[in-house]
Write a protein that binds this ligand. Sequence first.
Ligand SMILES: Cc1cc2nc3c(=O)[nH]c(=O)nc-3n(C[C@H](O)[C@H](O)[C@H](O)COP(=O)(O)OP(=O)(O)OC[C@H]3O[C@@H](n4cnc5c(N)ncnc54)[C@H](O)[C@@H]3O)c2cc1C
Length: 398
Amino acid sequence: MNFDFPAEDDPRRIEIRQWLEANPNPSFRQLAERGYTAPNWPPPWGLSAGPELVLILDEELERAGIAHPRSKNGIGLNQCGQSLLTWGTEEQRQRFLPPALACEEKWCMLFSEPSGGSDLGNLRTTARRDGDHYVINGQKIWNSHADRSQVGVIIVRTDSSAPKHKGLSVFLLEMQTPGITVRPIIDMTGEENEYNEVLLDNVRVPAVHRLGPEGAGWRIVIEQLQTERQGMTKPGAVWGSGPTARELLDGLIKTGRIKDPLIRDEAAQLYIEGEILRLLTFRHLSNKINGKPAGLEGNIGKMMASPHGQRMSDLAKRSQGVAGMIKNKDVLPLPDKNYGLFSDWDYAYWFSSAATLGVGTQEILKNTIAERVLGLPRDTDPTAGTPYNQVGKQFKAA
Ligand SMILES: Cc1cc2nc3c(=O)[nH]c(=O)nc-3n(C[C@H](O)[C@H](O)[C@H](O)COP(=O)(O)OP(=O)(O)OC[C@H]3O[C@@H](n4cnc5c(N)ncnc54)[C@H](O)[C@@H]3O)c2cc1C
């Protein structure tokens, strides 16, 4: 690692601090217009900021107690919005980016299907060209926040005669379009639902809302997922966000629970893991600052961070004894920070089991690391080169 943290008297920090003092409680639109929402994006959307300025901005927003727009519209502002800069037309950027930046339109990812989660290339939802539109039919599932989103980034099959990864395309779908039914799936957190299933019945989407060329869908979504995994290599309990092992330890010390030798032993192990994740975050930052391209390390980080978060929220719950059976965050105090839903060990505990599934299961991450980082032989997929509409028939013929 090779970088110094931007100092307290850094002129960039002072300028941001002065603006935030002059504009307390800025709206998301004000933040977007100032370029503070996605500062790393080029103008007019952002400031073409390097990683240091992004870090300063994150710190100053947190210091001023302002929820980051990413917490409101993460999918629009991270992985998917980013791909409009790479793959989108100017017309698409003008239509979709301003409301995404102002958090006036929230986005969701419509990728997984009953037939294809890990094996996304096996998806069955189709889009058929009809004049200047495509007509989409099929079903998506586990789509986070689809019931609260105005825009869905959807991957569908546009060419069934191509091999399974080659005939896919991505569209920007307005969720109010006739033919879309969103059904919430209530999970065991008991809070507002995270997931939904989305049914698509003759949904007409303008051809101009196709993102990138027809058939480029696989490449686009893989880029989006790599970016998403990178963002999860942080020491927080859920998706890299929320309370950290340091904060858990503080709570255990304040309540005296650390005196239990078994708890102390587990807490020490978690502290060590948390520090490794913190250093990995810094290494990622150092690489960015020093102009090194983002590699596949996001897979390693996510593979470590998810079970770490599960162990952390499990210890947080268990250490409370019988009090842990009821929802009461005061039993094990947390710092006064706005972690949204994760500002509470109870929610973090019930949600955390999902973290080793979403954005790539542990097994899929291990396969990717084995094949693409360690250069081990590839997992075999006998259907990979077969035209999708012939898959299955090849085995019957044999
Ligand atoms: C919190 C959360 C949020 C999510 N958000 C979204 C979202 O916003 N949009 C969206 O489209 N989807 C979303 N998903 C769905 C998620 O992407 C899928 O659940 C995930 O890809 C796994 O797919 P699956 O559920 O079909 O399981 P499967 O793919 O059926 O996997 C079942 C089991 O088999 C294992 N397995 C599968 N293939 C292999 C292999 N080749 N080698 C070894 N083991 C294998 C898996 O690791 C897993 O343990 C979300 C899921 C979660 C938990």
